[in-house]
Design a binder for this molecule. Structure first.
Ligand SMILES: [Cu+2]
Length: 228
């Protein structure tokens, strides 16, 4: 697997240990909010260009950056994974930890959504229409979705402990706005043959771009492992 950069500075690779969560008293937390607000004004626009070894754009790659200098406050977002013509739509979703996902059914047949993944094990009852049930994705990791009625239905939810993430469109190019600081860049693709090695990058206030090459096997029947 090849990793190159064009205009970002990379530090030495660090062990994969997660940065410790900080517990802050209320005044300190308020200061941290102000700090992040100030940094947001200086955000650098980072473009991540993901390609297969063949040079073809890699669609549906998941990119995320763990901030090493402090985590923005937790949020509780929402996302939707629909079911259309016996497919999950979208097939790949990336959300921050704490996001609630609903699973409407746009087909005229019933579906039954489940996951056995350790990051989120759940099972919805067989249903039609749009049940008012949201599943809280409260742990980081990969969640593989299936339908008990239609074995060919499969989808992936990447749950990440950071607000800085993206999924590549057909162009393979994703754009993120990042406050200046140090980050650990991670990447995953369902058809990756080998794990993408985490890299530390430093973002300044200026724009930059990162080229990521992933070895893909389009015929892979199993989902690639999620990096720890
Ligand atoms: Cu189904």
């Amino acid at each position: 697997m090849i990793f190159t950069i064009r205009s970002l500075r990379f530090g030495a690779a660090r062990p994969a240990a997660r940065a410790p969560r900080r517990r802050l008293a209320a005044p300190a937390a308020a200061s941290l909010l102000c700090l992040w607000a100030a940094q947001a004004a200086l955000a650098g626009q980072i473009t991540v260009d993901v390609t297969a070894k063949s040079g073809a754009p890699a669609q549906d790659a998941v990119i995320w950056l763990d901030p090493l200098d402090g985590m923005p406050p937790a949020t509780h977002g929402a996302a939707v994974v629909d079911q259309v013509n016996k497919h999950f739509v979208p097939r790949v979703t990336v959300v921050r930890t704490g996001t609630a996902i609903t699973f409407p059914n746009s087909d005229h047949i019933r579906h039954q959504v489940y996951s056995f993944s350790p990051a989120k094990t759940f099972s919805l009852k067989l249903y039609a229409g749009s049940p008012n049930i949201a599943v809280d994705f409260d742990r980081p990791g990969l969640v593989v979705l299936g339908c008990n009625i239609h074995d060919q239905m499969v989808a992936f939810v990447g749950v990440v402990d950071t607000p800085y993430f993206a999924k590549t469109p057909a162009s393979g190019i994703a754009t993120l706005q990042l406050p200046p600081g140090r980050y650990r860049l991670r990447a995953w693709h369902s058809n990756a043959v080998s794990a993408f090695p985490a890299r530390e990058i430093t973002v300044g206030g200026e724009a930059g771009s990162i080229a990521v090459s992933i070895d893909l096997d389009d015929a892979a029947a199993r989902a690639a492992e999620w990096p720890e």
